[in-house]
Design a protein around this ligand. Structure first.
Ligand code: SF4
Length: 153
């Protein structure tokens, strides 16, 4: 049956952000391999519409079928160099990177009546703690204690 909805289906590589802390690189399927598997049946073409800060590289179907396919490859093809993201957790911490082992408490500022300027200064300071990349491939890489599901995906 042919899909007729214009949805974007996304595939993301298995990352060391699991709650069991059992990530194993040998179990990770690189995005290029996933794309090659799809292209055995459906030829894909780059959409050419990806923002520089986007996590996904998106493709459309060469035969004009509706919908797109996105591939997110943080392990095999890191895109940290163009990262402009901070994460705010539900319990009020700011995490400068998905893989940060340090989180910065925003909640006390908010609870204690910090001004907009104080909060702006705080966020700028947190941003300066961003590393150049996630370091997954470094032998010194340490998986953060809180998994993906606890920091907003
Ligand atoms: S710097 Fe961190 S949050 Fe940004 S793209 Fe890399 S892994 Fe993701």
């Amino acid at each position: 049956m042919r899909v007729s909805f214009g949805v974007e289906m996304r595939f993301i590589e298995y990352m060391p952000l699991d709650s069991a802390h059992a990530w194993d690189r040998t179990l990770m399927v690189p995005a290029a391999e996933t794309r090659a598997a799809i292209e055995q049946t459906f030829a894909l073409l780059p959409t050419g519409a990806d923002d520089a800060h986007s996590t996904a590289r998106t493709y459309r179907f060469a035969d004009g079928a509706p919908g797109t396919v996105g591939f997110i490859a943080p392990v095999s093809s890191p895109f940290c160099g163009a990262c402009s993201r901070l994460r705010l957790t539900a319990d009020g911490f700011v995490r400068p990177c998905l893989f940060s082992t340090t989180e910065w408490g925003l909640l006390p500022l908010l609870r204690n009546g910090a001004s907009d300027a104080d909060i702006e200064r705080f966020l700028i300071d947190v941003t300066w703690t961003k590393l150049s990349g996630h370091q997954i491939s470094s032998p010194t890489f340490t998986q953060p204690a809180r998994p993906m599901s606890a920091v907003g995906g």
